[in-house]
Design a protein around this ligand. Structure first.
Ligand SMILES: Nc1ncnc2c1ncn2[C@@H]1O[C@H](COP(=O)(O)OP(=O)(O)OP(=O)(O)O)[C@@H](O)[C@H]1O
Ligand SMILES: [Mg+2]
Length: 310
């Protein structure tokens, strides 16, 4: 068990005015998930430099089995880089990543839905073919026969509600349908951790809700640790209490109540941030990072930079 897990219990009271403690030491972990459980995913003090620049700095967080965590940040905050580190596709200069308590995740232990998947409508590949391509018999511990592969594929298509369009060309499906197929593809080897990079981008409200509910259900039923990146926390509020908030490569993690607070985010951003709660929605409004050429510093209003508005 890591020190992080001992530091705080789930549902621990928010850090209040003393929130600055959250940003010191092993920065950013306000409370650890599900006390007593070995985290399915543990990221500890990870830093990445790219092109001579610090892209991630000492990022620390944990995701428990059966839990969905939102990885929230604006464009360029470092979300994709962080997911690539977890996948072992990106080297890091400091820190460690553990899956089920071990470094160096085995093949197939992590499922991944990347940020940009462009599927040409003319691609001669059915939805079920794409899912079947993900089946790795070695990972499942047995040389699979054709019939077993097919059964596994069909089971996963049904689990994500893609049975009805399994025979359609995958490039011709709607954005929401494609997401279901990509999730089935990522899950067909029964990984313990599922990473999704902006799976809600370009989905309409209804598809967004359906995909979020699907992921929450699968996470719960299969004890799967899900880490899902997005620009906006609001679509995820019904299904998650935990968040990793990335800004400029630094992260703070904990429950939404603990993290999405003016004092915590102001420290993360290094400038004043307001957090507004309106009709069950959260709006994070950050002041300008630099002086505006047409405005004196004391005139900078909270409307200077809206980070999470839909
Ligand atoms: N290979 C690279 N070389 C140099 N800089 C890079 C490289 N890859 C990413 N970066 C920079 O690292 C920062 C984080 O990029 P990243 O793609 O992780 O952000 P993101 O949060 O996923 O953004 P988005 O929401 O736009 O997908 C950006 O400033 C980006 O320009
Ligand atoms: Mg990205």
């Amino acid at each position: 068990m890591s020190n992080d897990t001992q530091r705080g219990a789930p549902g621990a009271p928010g850090p209040g005015p003393g929130a600055s403690a959250a940003m010191s030491g092993r920065d950013g972990l306000v409370s650890a998930p599900a006390g007593g459980v070995v985290p399915a995913l543990s990221v500890d003090g990870v830093s990445v430099r790219l092109g001579g620049r610090a892209v991630l700095e000492e990022v620390t967080f944990e995701v428990a089995p059966g839990e969905l965590t939102a990885l929230i940040g604006a464009n360029g905050a470092g979300k994709t880089t962080l997911l690539r580190v977890v996948l072992g596709m990106q080297t890091h200069t400091t820190g460690s990543v553990r899956v089920n308590g071990r470094t160096g995740a085995a093949r197939g232990e992590i499922g991944y839905v990347p940020q940009k998947v462009l599927l040409d409508p003319d691609l001669p590949l059915r939805a079920r073919d794409l899912v079947a391509l993900g089946v790795d018999g070695d990972r499942l511990g047995l040389p699979l026969r054709t019939r077993e592969r097919r059964e596994l594929t069909e089971e996963m298509l049904e689990a994500v509600g893609a049975g009805a369009f399994a025979g359609a060309r995958v490039g011709s499906l709607s954005g929401g349908e494609q997401q279901r197929v990509l999730i089935a593809h990522a899950l067909v080897n029964r990984p313990r951790v599922l990473l999704l990079d902006e799976p809600l981008a370009n989905l309409d409200l209804r598809s967004e809700q359906e995909v979020v509910e699907l992921l929450a259900r699968i996470s719960r039923e299969q004890g799967l640790a899900v880490l899902l990146s997005a620009h906006d926390i609001n679509p995820l509020l019904p299904v998650t209490e935990r968040i990793v908030y990335l800004e400029g490569g630094r992260a703070v993690s904990g429950t939404i109540e603990e993290v999405v607070r003016s004092e915590v985010l102001s420290q993360l951003y290094g400038r004043h941030v307001d957090v507004l709660r309106v009709h069950d929605r959260i709006l994070v409004v950050a002041g300008e990072a630099r002086e505006h050429p047409l405005r004196r510093k004391d005139e900078e209003g909270p409307d200077a930079g809206v980070v999470s508005l839909r």
